[in-house]
Each structure stands twice: as structure tokens, then as C-alpha cells.
Design a protein around this ligand. Structure first.
Ligand SMILES: Nc1ncnc2c1ncn2[C@@H]1O[C@H](COP(=O)(O)OP(=O)(O)OP(=O)(O)O)[C@@H](O)[C@H]1O
Ligand SMILES: CCCCCCCCCCCCC/C=C/[C@@H](O)[C@H](CO)NC(=O)CCCCC
Ligand SMILES: [Ca+2]
Length: 551
């Protein structure tokens, strides 16, 4: 029973031919078919009830009076649809489909009189306007070259009409070159005018957006991005991702699907998902930020090789993946890391990071309440500090996954138990092993088997790590990528793997971009940015499922 104080509206309205009791409470719009004997409970004819949370209503519109008036079909429409459009209003709302997809559904209510319709429409609009987290003005960047080059069409056909229906104003910029969006955000964009930034593209385009926004925030706040020890300032604008790229792992891991309509709806309802960001430095020079994968060895080589095959589209990764698997290069070097202590969660947990994740909440609160704890670790981070661990060896792959990196290629991801916003990254070390063993490890990314349960694989949840390739160790300040001799030999070996000579170094794959240095220092910044997302929702239990019987 609803407490009377919470009930805003209760009317008998029609939905199609059926009379319904329709109520609007503070957070719920409910319509329930009346049984023929009135609103009394009938054990053999249960009435169908639908509820929509106001937070998931997209918009409400009054139906047009002119429909069918001129050609005399008005009466027919009335008869067929059982409604008088002059007194009707339609509510557009989020409907959940399979595999975390959202769609915009609608229901039309017919009122007995115009004043009642006004009252209903006005009340719903008032409630929607009171949701402060909904964006009203968005800055949209479209990469016309992402994935299968369909970004512009996807935005125009699937996303723009939804934003228009929801009354979200946009400024749309189609990028003209790589780094156009990043540079525009750094220097030109009037960010005060907007409630968020939307990027239409892949992980590389998202990377441009965060680089622009994070840079601008640090400049405005007087923070030096070149200092690996300085805490970065969080930005105020949320970012929406309309997936149109080749991997789209950031969208997949934060929403659960790579679907432009689903993403647009998460933007409209004003969702918010905090996310960790890693800063990557070489000595005291800032290189890049990363939110998904930092991969040396296998994933670095796959990316380097695939960049020469861009014309192939998303299939380039499969081809380069097979090639690099057969090439089977290993790399020598030293990894040092600062284990994440005093936090919840481990990389071998069965639990996954999901919507409203308690691990992320707990760790985020702990790091913001006791930043000194974090700072103490950071301040005493000399190589001699007992907290730091060091591993020297030969590796096929060194991967740091700050989130699961789930994507359609690997629905559980590189580190299935990694968290979006817990202030840590999972450092995965795959030591030199046979081709057969490496294949076992890789294939486990696509099955239920545990990819870490192998003797040559280890995984550590860390807050900071460093890597130095072996050939840099004699002079750690010198990065051998800048040494012409080694670069030349390495290039020859890369292009002619049959020569049997192992290359000295690989490259880092940083969220799909190649880094210019191999010796790096990586630090996780807990919850530095926010997305228009809510994390992957758990599948609904039976009682929560929308009733399939439409009214
Ligand atoms: N107008 C443009 N012309 C050429 N390149 C662009 C343009 N705008 C952005 N870029 C660059 O294109 C690269 C790839 O873009 P994006 O990440 O959107 O697609 P993708 O590589 O197909 O997808 P994914 O990163 O998911 O694999 C990015 O590095 C980005 O900087
Ligand atoms: C021989 C059979 C092997 C099958 C194994 C499949 C394993 C798949 C794991 C997928 C991990 C994706 C990690 C995501 C990285 C993104 O930040 C980045 C940018 O989009 N994508 C790539 O680098 C693209 C990297 C694509 C790698 C294949
Ligand atoms: Ca994380």
C-alpha cells in the first residue's frame, strides 16, 4: 500500500482499449489494467501491472491533435486504437532487453479530459526536471574513421534523434585528424557551457577525450602532469561513449554491451560511473594516461603489427594476433610493483565488478578519507622500500588491466575480477613458455577456465609499477628505443622473424596506442574520471522481469 503522502497522481486512464489505474508516485509511474469487475483483486484474472522508475523515463509528449483530421480517417484511428489523440500523452522510457541492451519503449495514455492530460504531462515533466544529474548540454566528438567508418551515420541515425526527444542540446564536432578532439578540449572548448562530453568512436577516440579533459583540469588547477608523484585533480565533466570502434572495450566493460542506443540512453538518464586512470611516465616526463590495457610483449606487438593493416578494419587484430602468436617473441626485463594493501578484492576473486560495486565504493571511500595512507606509500617509494617487490625474467607478455578489459573477443576480459574504480590495476606476468602453453593461456580468455591458473602466469593487484627492459638496465636513464643501433636491429628482427634472433624489446600498447618509450613508471589515480554509465547490471531476478503480456 502506498502511503498517501507519497502519491502524486492517481487516475483512471486508457491504454489502448483497456482501462487502467495509473499512478505517479515520487519515483514510480505505474499502470495497472482494471479487471472487468473494477479495481478489486480477482484470484483467477490477475491484472497486468507495469512500473517505470521516473529516473528511467526519457520524456513525455502530448499527442498531436491534427493527426488524420483532414482525410476523415481521424474517426477510424480513434476506433482502431481506442484512443482520442487530442487527449492523449505518450511516455518514452527505458526498456531492458537481452545482453544488457536498453531500448526506448513508449506507452500512450488517453485521458477523459484535457485538463487532466495537462496535469499528468506537467507533473511528469516537473519530476524529470528535478533530476539534477541529467545532462542538458553536451559536446559531441565524432571520429569518422573509427572501426568500420560508420561513426557519423550511427550518431545521426541512432543517437541524435534520442537526444532530441529527451531535450538534450548538443554541439557536434566531426574530427578532421587524429588528436583533433584532444587539442580542441585542451585549449579551445568552452567547457563551462556543457554538462558532459560524448565521444563517438573506439577506445582510441575515448583516449583522446580523456587526454584533453585531464590535461585541461590539471592546467586549470596548477598541477604539473610531468610529475609522477603529484595527485591529479578529478574533472567535473562526465564522458559518454557511443561505440563505433574496433574493440570498444571501455564501453563494453562499463555498460555490458557495445550498442549505440544503449549508450545514448545511459547518457540521457544521467548515469555516473567513476573510473580509475593510470598515468604513465618515463623518468619525469609524462607519456600517456591509460584506463584499460597497458600491454608489453604480445599485446604491444599485436598493436604494432595491426597498425600497418588499418585498411583491414577490426579484422586487423585477428590477423596480427595469429601472426604474433606464431612469432612467439619473449622479452627480458625487470618489473617492480607496489602491491595494493588494505583494500578489498583480489584478482582471483569469483565476484565481478558490477553496477553499484561495493569493492569500488569501499576502496574509493578509503582512499578519499585517508589520502595520507596513499601518500605515505607514495612518499616512501624508493627502490629500497620494503613495500616494493621486484621480478626479473623473460616474459611473453606483461599486462596491466585497470578494468576487466571485457570485449566481444573476450567477454570476461584480460582480468575478469578487475574493478573499474578501486584504485588498482592487475599486473599480469606471462613468463616465457612453450607455444602450446601460451595458446592454452590465450584460449582461456574465451572460456570459463581460469587464465591465471597456470605455472607460468602470475597476477598481482597493484597501485603502482615500473618496468625496465634488460637492455636499458645498464643505464636506466637511457631508453634504448632512442638508440639507433638497437632500433635498427629490432626492426629487422620484427620484419624477418625467421632469422631466429629475438628482438631486444617490444612496445607498450597503451589503450590501443603505441608508447614511444619502453621503460615506464605507472601510477593508478583512483576514480579520476566519470562516465555516463552505471557498470554492468546483474541479470534481473524473475520477479523483476517486465511482464511480457502487453496491455
Ligand atoms: N578524423 C580523423 N582522421 C583520422 N584519424 C582520426 C580522426 N579522428 C580521430 N582519429 C584517430 O583514429 C584512431 C582510431 O580511432 P578509434 O579508437 O575511434 O577507432 P578504432 O581504432 O577503430 O577502435 P578501437 O580503438 O576500439 O580499436 C585514434 O587514435 C584517433 O586519434
Ligand atoms: C590465437 C587465439 C587467441 C585468442 C585470444 C583472445 C584474447 C583476447 C583478449 C582481448 C583483450 C583486449 C584488450 C583491449 C585492449 C584495448 O585497450 C585496445 C584498444 O582498443 N585494443 C587492442 O589493443 C586490440 C588487441 C586485440 C588483441 C587480440
Ligand atoms: Ca581498477
Amino acid at each position: 500500500m502506498e502511503r498517501p503522502g507519497r502519491l502524486l497522481l492517481l487516475s483512471e486512464l486508457r491504454v489502448g482499449n483497456a482501462a487502467c489505474d495509473v499512478s505517479l508516485c515520487r519515483s514510480l509511474l505505474t499502470w495497472k489494467r482494471r479487471s472487468s469487475s473494477g479495481p478489486v483483486y480477482h484470484p483467477f484474472r490477475p491484472s497486468v501491472s507495469h512500473s517505470v522508475s521516473v529516473s528511467e523515463i526519457i520524456s513525455v509528449r502530448e499527442e498531436e491533435e491534427s493527426r488524420g483530421r483532414d482525410d476523415g480517417s481521424w474517426k477510424k484511428i480513434k476506433e482502431r486504437e481506442g484512443k482520442d489523440c487530442r487527449l492523449a500523452f505518450t511516455v518514452l522510457y527505458v526498456e531492458r532487453r537481452q545482453q544488457h541492451r536498453w531500448r526506448c519503449a513508449e506507452v500512450t495514455f488517453t485521458c477523459p479530459e484535457g485538463a487532466l492530460r495537462q496535469h499528468w504531462v506537467g507533473s511528469i515533466r516537473e519530476q524529470l526536471a528535478a533530476i539534477a544529474s541529467r545532462p542538458k548540454h553536451l559536446l559531441v566528438y565524432i571520429n569518422p574513421c573509427s572501426g568500420k567508418r560508420k561513426g557519423k551515420r550511427i550518431y545521426e541515425e541512432k543517437v541524435a534523434p534520442l537526444f532530441a526527444q529527451a531535450g538534450v542540446a548538443t554541439q557536434v564536432i566531426v574530427t578532421e585528424r587524429a588528436n583533433y578532439a584532444r587539442d580542441h578540449l585542451r585549449t579551445e572548448a568552452e567547457l563551462k557551457k556543457f554538462d558532459g562530453v560524448v565521444c563517438v568512436g573506439g577506445d582510441g577516440m575515448f583516449s583522446e577525450i580523456i587526454h584533453g579533459l585531464i590535461w585541461r583540469t590539471q592546467m586549470d588547477g596548477g598541477v604539473d602532469p610531468d610529475s609522477p608523484d603529484e595527485a591529479l585533480l578529478p574533472g567535473s565533466l562526465r564522458i559518454g561513449i557511443i561505440p563505433a570502434g574496433s574493440t570498444d572495450c571501455i564501453c563494453f566493460a562499463t555498460v555490458g554491451a557495445n550498442d549505440p542506443v544503449t549508450s545514448a540512453l545511459h547518457v540521457i538518464v544521467g548515469d555516473s560511473q567513476p573510473m580509475d586512470v593510470c598515468s604513465v611516465h618515463h623518468n619525469s616526463t609524462f607519456l600517456r594516461y591509460s584506463v584499460s590495457l597497458l600491454g608489453y610483449g604480445f599485446y604491444g606487438d599485436v598493436l604494432t603489427d595491426s597498425e600497418r593493416k588499418r585498411w583491414l578494419g577490426p579484422a586487423r587484430y585477428d590477423l596480427s594476433g595469429v601472426k604474433m602468436f606464431l612469432t612467439h617473441h619473449y622479452y627480458e626485463g625487470t618489473v617492480s610493483y607496489l602491491p595494493a594493501r588494505g583494500i578489498k578484492g583480489t584478482p582471483r576473486d569469483a565476484a565481478r565488478c558490477r553496477s553499484g560495486c561495493v569493492v569500488c565504493q569501499h576502496n574509493g571511500e578509503q582512499l578519499s578519507e585517508k589520502p595520507e595512507r596513499y601518500e605515505v606509500d607514495e612518499a616512501s617509494d624508493s627502490e629500497n622500500d620494503s613495500e616494493w617487490r621486484t621480478i626479473r625474467g623473460k616474459f611473453l607478455a606483461i599486462n596491466a588491466a585497470s578494468m576487466s578489459c571485457a570485449c566481444p573477443r573476450s567477454p570476461k576480459g584480460l582480468s575478469p575480477a578487475a574493478h573499474l574504480a578501486d584504485g588498482t590495476t592487475d599486473l599480469i606476468l606471462v613468463r616465457k613458455c612453450s607455444r602450446f602453453d601460451f595458446l592454452r593461456h590465450l584460449l582461456r580468455h574465451t572460456s570459463k577456465d581460469d587464465q591465471f591458473d597456470l605455472t607460468f602466469v602470475e597476477v598481482h593487484r597493484v597501485r603502482r609499477f615500473r618496468f625496465t627492459p634488460r637492455y636499458c638496465q645498464s643505464n636506466s636513464d637511457l631508453d634504448m628505443r632512442e638508440n639507433g643501433k638497437h632500433q635498427l636491429f629490432s626492426q629487422i628482427c620484427r620484419d624477418h622473424p625467421a632469422c631466429g634472433c629475438a628482438p631486444a624489446y617490444s612496445s607498450w600498447n597503451c589503450d590501443g596506442e603505441i608508447l614511444t618509450h619502453t621503460a615506464i613508471d605507472v601510477r593508478v589515480h583512483c576514480q579520476l574520471i566519470k562516465l555516463f554509465a552505471r557498470g554492468i547490471e546483474e541479470p534481473m531476478v524473475f520477479e523483476d522481469l517486465p511482464n511480457p503480456c502487453a496491455i
